[in-house]
Structures are given as C-alpha cells and as structure tokens.
Ligand binder design. Structure first.
Ligand code: UDX
Length: 486
C-alpha cells in the first residue's frame, strides 16, 4: 500500500545512554529504568563498569533479560580501581574519586570517538554531577537520575545552607539531638544525627562533604531530574526540590513500576526471564526455609551491599536478635565483617550459631524482593538504603532502621517520624536496644505499623498503575526524550 514507503522512512527511536554509579543499589534501579525505556520502544545503551559487568554476567541472566529488546546494548568502562579493591564500606568513597579522575575523561573520549554510536540523550547518575559538563560541551541533552530518596537528595542539596548557618560541621555529641534549621521542610523533626553521615566531619573542607555538595549542586543544570520515589510518599519535599529543579519526574518505586509495565506488554519470553541484577550469587535455599515458617513470624535482616560491620556490632546485633526470640533470616555477605588483626575469628562463634538453628537461617545473598513479599516475613531489620526501603514499602513490611552511612540517616528518620513505617535505632547499637526494637516492631506496636504500612502499600501500587502519578510522569518523560531527539 502507499503507507509503506512512509513507514520505512520513519527515523529510528531515540537512543538513550544510561550511566549509573557502579554499585549495587544504583545499578539495580537504573537497570529497571533501562527496562522501562526499552518497553516504551526507546533504544538504550547501558554503561557498566567492567568490574560490575563481569559480576552481573556471572551471577544473573542479565543478557537474556535484555536480549528481547531491539536496540539495547551494554558497554563497559573502567571504574579506575584495581581489581582487588573492596568497593564497600567507607572505601566506596575512593570509587567516587577514581570515577572523577580516571573514568570521567575516558567517558568523554568514548562519546567523542562515537563508541556508543549516535546518542540522543544521556541519563547519568546525578552523584556524578560532572557528566553535565561533558554533555554540554558535546551538545547532548542530559538528565540527572538520583537513586536516593527525595528527602535525602534535598538534605544533600541543602549542604551550602547548612555550612552557611554553621550547623555543619556538627559540633560534638551534645549537638546531635538539636533540630536542624537549614533544610527547608524538615525543621520540626530532622536532628543533626539524621543528617547524611558525611556531615559528621570536623572541617567543611572534608573532601567527601565537598564532593557530595558539589555534585548535587549540578542537578538544576540538567534538563530534568528523575527520582525513584512517588508523590504520595514525598510530596512536600518534592515541592521544595521543584523550587530549584523545576522539572523533577518522580517515576518510582521503579521495581514495582517495571512489573506493571511488563505485565501490560508481556509476551511469554518477557515474563519468564529473570529480573535479578545481583552482583552476588543469590542463595535461593532461604525461600524453602521461609515456606516452613509461620505467617509473618520472620525478621528479615540485611544491611545492603556496602555496609561493613565491626565484630562488636555484629555480636551485639546477634544477641539482640537471639534474645528477642524472633525467627530470623539474616543476609551476611562474605565480606561484610573485616578481617581482624589479632587473628581472632571475625565471625559469630559457632556455639552461638548452633543454639539458634531452629529459629534462624543465614545466607550470603538473598533474592530480597521475593523475600520481602513472602508471607512468612513480618519485619525488616535494615540499613535504610533507598532500594531496600522502597522494596519494604511496596511489600508492606515494617522496619527497624539501623542507618549505616550517606543518605541512610535521612531515610531512617523519615521512616520512623514522618511515615511511621517503623522504628529507628540510629546511632545505638547494643543488644538491649535491638531486642527492644524488634519487640516493638513485631509485638508491642505491631498494630500501628500494620495499619500505616498497609496504607502505603496501596499508595505505592497506585502510583505505578495506569493513571497513577509515577505512571503518568514516566509517559511525560518519554515524550520529553522524544521531543528533544527530533
Ligand atoms: C546504598 C544506599 O543507601 C542507597 O540509598 C544508595 O542509593 C546506594 O548506596 P545499598 O547498600 O546497595 O545502597 O542499599 P540499597 O539501596 O538498599 O540496595 C541494595 C539492593 O540489593 C536492594 O535492591 C536489595 O533488594 C538488593 N539485595 C540486598 C539483594 O538482592 N539481596 C540481598 O541479600 C541484599
């Protein structure tokens, strides 16, 4: 028919280059974003670090997950660190610095020399704010995506005012409970101890504080800011953010959003491919163990992909959990307690573990989304990483928060004080506190938490359903990308 020549001459869909900060929580959520873009017919280039890409290929079906999308491709780039670098705990900051000094010029070079093909727009992790200079220089439109909550983004964004007012550096322990005045919208509940962990420095010239401040300040220069959150959860803080970043698309919770869109498009191949993006090998044996546990009896314990516990912390947590007499599923990454100089075993003593075989199960890495959705799970003892928090919200599981670092302090304050979805241990780390908090969560205050978590489940699911705020915002984002690629 005479339609055909016209169809043939249609330009190819825009190609989006996605560049995440190379660690688990960022790669997870940006892969979900990539999949959503693919489902909307866009072409996507996903830039992994060599290090992470090898691990993804080793531990997941990542190639199969994306094989069905025409125009999807992975590219890799060095993260600038030697292979044996731990890439966890406080040392993760070295990754920030090596990305800036080594990866950044290489990234520019790869763009200039056309190694990604024609790129119509870039969605870069906003923690690498400097990507905007490269994009501007080369005339490529750029969006910033932040994998953190709106509330922690806003706290990061307010660092200049916090310095100006003298509220950071935090003076000392006696100041930790003082309310913070310079983060607009949080004046009535945010304490010094709830500020991002890098605000706890002795000097404002601290390189980590400076880096977080400077990178976050770049985002208003991007075409738009994209956040993995939803309006009903963070509306008031989003209004604050929009005074500085007027175009802010909230499109989360992304893991749930991916599911609703996937279900609409679903062909059998799409449905059957695994969605895991784990950098560690997933131990699924815990699902069988969970099947044997009573309804909502189990506390799921995981401190994410970066936290490194001292042996003392580990032992205090252990006794707290055991003394609470709750069933537990505990994720202990192989590398999550550091070696001990005195040659003392850094692990929980065998005789202690022996006594809890009935009630407890430990794995190196769990299928977390599935674990949280399991009917036997009744609580989550978490480090308040943003992905974990969102996954818990969607699954309706209340939390005991032990924020480890960075954005997690802000998240845990919101979980306990604003959203009332759990309790916050904050800086306390001893066995009696852990025991008491688990009891509050699972018994004493359970009714309250069940009510507030159920409400938030409804709101979170509605936001990513057809007509919901995140669903509509995502459609607007796609339109925006298409418009500027013409
Ligand atoms: C940290 C942050 O706190 C986060 O907010 C920031 O954006 C990145 O750095 P991380 O420690 O990785 O992230 O925590 P989190 O954001 O919660 O991400 C961990 C991810 O790993 C979650 O998606 C979780 O489902 C997954 N996970 C964790 C597993 O799949 N299995 C496990 O056993 C543990």
């Amino acid at each position: 028919s005479n339609m055909e020549p016209q169809l043939l001459s249609l330009p190819p869909p825009p190609r989006v280059l996605i560049f995440p900060f190379p660690c688990q929580g960022h790669v997870n959520s940006m892969l979900n974003l990539a999949q959503l873009l693919c489902l909307s017919g866009l072409h996507v280039t996903f830039l992994n670090s060599d290090h992470n890409h090898d691990r993804l290929v080793l531990h997941t079906d990542i190639q199969a997950r994306f094989a069905c999308y025409p125009g999807f491709q992975f590219n890799t780039i060095t993260d600038g660190l030697p292979v044996e670098h731990p890439r966890e705990g406080e040392s993760i900051m070295e990754l920030c610095f090596s990305l800036n000094s080594i990866t950044r010029p290489l990234f520019r070079e790869m763009l200039v020399s056309g190694q990604f093909g024609l790129v119509n727009c870039i969605i870069a992790d906003g923690i690498m704010g400097y990507t905007i200079d490269i994009a501007n220089e080369l005339g490529i439109p750029i969006f910033h995506f932040r994998t953190i909550s709106a509330c922690s983004f806003w706290a990061f964004f307010s660092i200049p005012q916090l310095i100006e007012s003298g509220e950071i550096p935090i003076k000392g322990n006696e100041d930790m409970d003082a309310l913070v005045k310079s983060v607009p919208g949080m004046e009535t509940f945010l304490r010094s101890r709830d500020l991002p962990s890098f605000c706890r420095c002795s000097d404002v010239s601290n390189p980590v504080l400076q880096l977080m401040k400077n990178e976050t300040q770049q985002s208003p220069r991007a075409r738009a800011l994209i956040l993995n959150t939803f309006e009903d959860l963070e509306g008031p803080i989003l209004s604050q953010i929009r005074t500085r970043c007027p175009t802010t698309y909230t499109i989360g919770p992304l893991h749930a959003h991916r599911k609703t869109r996937l279900a609409k498009h679903a062909t059998n191949t799409l449905q059957s491919s695994s969605n895991s993006s784990s950098l560690w090998e997933v131990d699924r044996s815990c699902m069988t163990w969970l099947d044997q546990q009573p309804l909502q009896s189990v506390v799921y314990i995981s401190f994410g992909s970066l936290a490194v516990l001292t042996r003392d912390q580990l032992i205090e947590f252990w006794f707290g959990v055991v003394n609470s007499k709750k069933n537990f599923l505990w994720v202990r990454r192989l590398d999550s307690t550091p070696g001990n100089k005195e040659g003392e075993s850094e692990d929980i003593p065998v005789e202690l573990v022996e006594g809890t075989k009935e009630r407890g199960y430990m794995v190196g890495w769990a299928p977390q989304e599935e674990v949280l959705a399991h009917k036997a799970v009744g609580g989550f003892f978490t480090h308040s990483g943003w992905n974990s928090t969102l996954e818990s919200i969607v699954a309706g599981v209340p939390m005991v928060c032990w924020p480890y670092f960075a954005d997690q302090q802000v998240n845990s304050r919101f979980v306990s004080e604003v959203w009332k979805l759990g309790v916050d241990m904050n800086d306390l780390c001893d066995r009696t506190i852990v025991e008491q908090m688990l009891n509050d969560l699972m018994v004493e205050r359970r009714e309250d938490f069940v009510k507030s978590t159920a409400e938030m489940v409804g709101l979170s699911r509605r936001s990513v359903s057809e007509g919901g705020s995140s669903y509509c915002n995502f459609d607007r984002l796609i339109e925006d990308i298409k418009l500027m690629s013409m």
